[in-house]
Design a protein around this ligand. Sequence first.
Ligand code: NAD
Ligand code: G6P
Ligand code: MN
Length: 440
Amino acid sequence: MDKKRLVIVGSGSTYTIGMIMSLIEEKNNFPLKSITFYDIDERRQEKNAKAAEIILREHYPELEEFKYTTNKEEAYTNIDFAFIQIRTGGLPMRVNDERIPLMNNVVGQETCGPGGMAYGLRSIKDMIEIVCDIRRYSKDAWILNYTNPAAIVAEALKREFPEDKRLLNICDMPAAIMISYAGILGKEVWDLVPEYFGLNHFGWFTKIYDKEGNDHTEELKRKIIEEGFTPQDSEISEDQSWIKTFEQARKMLIDYPDYLPNTYLQYYLYPKAIVKKEDANNVRAMQVINGREKRVMDLCDKIIEADSTGDIHLKSDIHGVYMVRAAASLAYNNGDIYIVMVKNNGIISNIPEEAMVEVPAMLTKNGIKPFAVGKIPTFYKGLIENQLAYEMLVVDAYFEKDYKKLVQALALNRTVIDTEVAKTILNELIEANKGYWPEL
Ligand code: NAD
Ligand code: G6P
Ligand code: MN
């Protein structure tokens, strides 16, 4: 196997150390020659980099080079893969995205509703710039993007780079849900084969098979309804917010028993209950700042201070492993099936061709080969078309600098609906996002 050269963009992320651990765990499937870190925030990057250097020295001696830089040319020259995980405005801006809608009795969430819109309008510019920069120095590199809100980012990148066949947007939520399915069925997650349709953070599993072709869908539904649903991935299994979210998936299944829902649908199907549960003074972003971010920084400090990983248990999580295995499938033509975002082009035959949909696809050296879904039933078609119109309007508004389209986007969004509420939230978000959004 020829070894690949990887750059991690947004290397100051809270997910970077987990990604390094996943790259170590998967080194036989995805062998690397070099890893480069790129970030615009030198201080944030350095902490992760110094810890990563020690972890890699101890656990990846085969790696020929590890470096970190804030120089684009150095980062992007001669690379085979780029993993992008940036957060424009950082977690402090996520606090605004979540708090402002919530103060107006509307769902406050990183990727859903007005918060997702605000974050999308910040992410697009940086994402376009990063893809342009990578293409300047490595025109054939595979670019795997996880940056949120992935649905809006994917729509914008599709418009800006319509011919780019090596640009893939991917989300770990379907896989994180499948780990719980595997637990319930007493199987390994990698032994499950899903059928799935939707948009990012807005989809349904229609079937869960095992590798032998046995259908476990009805057994799974029954067990979830009877026994409940809990997160199993190590990163989220102890997290109260994720535990509540998974519980809600059981309720969704009882109310809409056709298919197994993505957990993010709770924000659109039960917005009132969500608002009631959330606390504007302790939004999810604050929990992440005091939780995951602090935990990762403390871990890095400990490793750096000891100049060793010592007895620290290095564990990977589904986020990293899913991305790394997907990359391996592209690199070595494994033909594995992953749920990813692609242009619809008739995959779901009764929704628009140009939609960026999330569906299973075979990942090969020669590209992404999605499987046909066919026609979807009226309820799901209605929900998806509504959400898609919202996403399209947000991206239109970005390129056209159009205030009215953002009012329309929010009036359409199931978390908002009311026009006066839409305008109030929009105006507050415009204030909070000065310098990040285009001038409308
Ligand atoms: P974070 O703020 O901890 O890290 C993001 C890093 O990106 C920071 O170090 C920041 O300096 C850097 N950055 C910001 N703008 C940049 C730019 N223009 N170029 C280079 N670097 C830049 O955020 P996090 O919580 O670790 O999340 C990182 C991203 O990954 C977010 O977008 C998050 O939503 C996303 N994510 C997506 C999925 C998914 O399923 N798609 C899963 C997990 C995380
Ligand atoms: C899931 C989603 C991501 C999201 C992440 C973190 O993995 O797929 O898109 O960014 O959760 O959510 P959190 O609220 O824990 O930061
Ligand atoms: Mn996601």
